[in-house]
Design a protein around this ligand. Structure first.
Ligand code: NAD
Length: 379
């Protein structure tokens, strides 16, 4: 057995921890650049405490947005970047810190559709504080950017891009409305299931996934029904963090393989796409494993996931799919067509998904026909 595990240099977790962010930032630089979301007032205290320049990210980040942000960051002469917001803001900040230090075009460094060039210099020191409980981007080495020109999302990735500090304060998520709680929470669950069954799983990742899946099973419904449930918010913040640790070290799978072209081509939140696809992606993998790889350890792993989700010792892998379907119904997850995807779009999405980097870690390769059927089921 051989594996490697890498993460943020420091993880600071706890209710109220966000109050320490200005002091933490000063440990890494004197002139901060703060990346915020579409409601910059959430970061007003941080910006004021640091006397920092700020940059607002209104939606999921694009190549153009990062180009502009990096330009602004360079103009301010900053020596540290802090991002406070959802995964979109964290990814934007992470990419800005990298491009500001390296210069050049974001597309040159982008995987799949770009040139995939390696960074030549470490990014500016980067601190990440999530306000959603879903992406785990605070502990991952990639930033997902949409290339409007190519109609796909792809990653800028480097071991150097791991944040210096991941500050996870569950209180920052108390204001999330039920819909975003549901989308982001199901993204977290996907990021715990896919690495656990991935071809690159390892014992360290397994522990995080099993613990995280159990937390989501007991807390996501509660956080959705009552956003002020402090315990449920804490469980989801931990689960999201564990999902990030897992995906960064064991990869993802078919659900994220689809999310790359869907998120690049349609204005749908990333979490909503993962949520709509998750039960169908698991069902497709189970059917393909039973047909072509009945000895694969991934089958027993899916049964373990099902036992954690349902809380039943006698659960079979397929019972996990039923549990996921029921959760998606309770959380009112829209089918993919709600985001404007037409039936005639499905073939093009399948072709792009087959090339996505996440698809490589799926427990077994799915055929084009299996991919088409999975997408059609989620449509
Ligand atoms: P998001 O950051 O796009 O935020 C979703 C919405 O929630 C936005 O409208 C935002 O303004 C709002 N919001 C954020 N925090 C809030 C709060 N505390 N209260 C009220 N509203 C709040 O959503 P996300 O799911 O966190 O991030 C999605 C992005 O992350 C996608 O671009 C996806 O590709 C990327 N991602 C990256 C990684 C990675 O490892 N780098 C992993 C998974 C996903």
């Amino acid at each position: 057995m051989r594996f490697e595990f890498a993460t943020a240099a420091r993880i600071v977790f706890g209710e109220g921890a966000a109050a320490t962010l200005p002091d933490l930032t000063r440990e890494y630089g004197r002139r901060a650049f703060v990346v915020t979301g579409r409601s910059p007032e959430r970061a007003a205290a941080l910006i004021a405490a640091l006397g920092a320049e700020s940059f607002a990210v209104a939606g999921e980040p694009t190549v153009e947005l990062v180009r502009e942000g990096a330009q602004r960051a360079r103009e301010t002469g900053c020596d540290v970047v802090v991002a406070l917001g959802g995964g979109s803001v964290l990814d934007a900040g992470k990419a800005i810190a990298a491009i500001a230090a390296n210069g050049g075009e974001p597309l040159e460094f982008l995987e799949v559709v770009g040139k995939g060039r390696a960074l030549e210099r470490p990014p500016l020191p980067f601190l990440a504080a999530p306000t959603t409980a879903g992406t785990g981007s605070e502990v991952t080495r990639n930033a997902v950017l949409a290339s409007t020109e190519h109609g796909v999302k792809a990653s800028l990735r480097s071991p150097w891009m791991l944040p210096r500090v991941a500050l996870v304060d569950p209180e920052l998520t108390y204001g999330l409305p039920p819909e975003i709680t549901a989308y982001t929470g199901l993204d977290a669950l996907t990021q715990l299931i896919e690495p656990y069954v991935s071809a690159r799983a390892n014992p360290l990742v397994d522990t995080l996934c099993l613990d995280g899946i159990a937390r989501v099973a007991r807390a996501l419904g509660r956080a959705y029904r009552d956003g002020s449930d402090r315990e449920a918010r804490r469980e989801m913040a931990l689960a999201s963090l564990f999902g990030g640790l897992a995906l960064a070290n064991a990869g993802l799978g078919v659900v994220h393989g689809f999310a790359a072209p869907l998120g690049g081509g349609w204005p749908a939140p990333h979490g909503a796409l993962c949520a709509a696809l998750l039960p169908h992606g698991v069902a497709a993998n189970l059917a393909a494993l039973r047909a072509r790889a009945p000895q694969s350890p991934a089958l027993e792993r899916y049964a373990t996931v099902a036992r954690l989700l349902t809380g039943r010792e006698d659960a079979r892998a397929e019972d996990g799919v039923d549990w996921l379907r029921a959760l998606c119904a309770e959380l009112k997850i829209p089918a993919l067509r709600a985001w404007g995807l037409a039936q005639s779009d499905l073939a093009g999405v399948v072709a792009k998904a087959a090339r996505a980097s996440s698809m490589k870690a799926n427990p077994l390769p799915l055929t084009d026909e299996e991919l088409r059927a999975t997408l059609a089921a989620a449509w």
